[in-house]
Ligand binder design. Sequence first.
Ligand code: MN
Length: 231
Amino acid sequence: MSYVFTPPATVAVPVLGRPEQFPVNRVYCVGRNYVEHAKEMGFTGREPPFFFLKPANAVVVVPAGQTGSVPYPTLTKDYHHEIELVVCIGKGGRNIKAADARAHIFGYAVGLDMTRRDLQGEAKKLGRPWDIGKGFDQSAPIGPITPAAAAGDIDKADIWLTVNGADRQRSNVAKLIWNIGEIIEYLSAAWELAPGDLIYSGTPEGVAAVVRGDTLKGGVTGLESLSVKVA
Ligand code: MN
């Protein structure tokens, strides 16, 4: 096979304790999946789950122990952090029941759903797609993947984010409105999930703007933490 130009490289995330990397297929994100975050965005938190996607090449891989770099994006004056637990699919399927979801999960990672909040807000107001607010270049930083068996009790893990050392977001995965199994059940009814799919599971309350020079440090108990500087 030859191509009319060199195909883009596969985006791949390191896996703790393994030499092989995790090749990224699609990037799903769950909207408003913690009640207190839904409220801060002006909603009740009692709606069915909904999803949006980011392109795979929006993923910024940050190796263990390093601080990654993301450029302050164009077009925005309100660039927000959203710390999220990322579920990494290792085995695909459609119409997966919540009770069977674990068998499809390869592992977990800490991610940031970076958001051009002003552009997202404008899109919401006009009934337009969210892509320009959510799916822009380098909008999905992620740390290394911890295999599921080594991740501990992820359903009760603390999740947090600091900016320049100050607390910004702090919650617990137990507060997800739609838990990991339910997310996979809903998603796999709408799409056939495939190995390499990432699911950003939603952010807790405390989202806010960052500026150039800020350092974001995020974590989920049991997983490798994520550190990113805004350049
Ligand atoms: Mn989000």
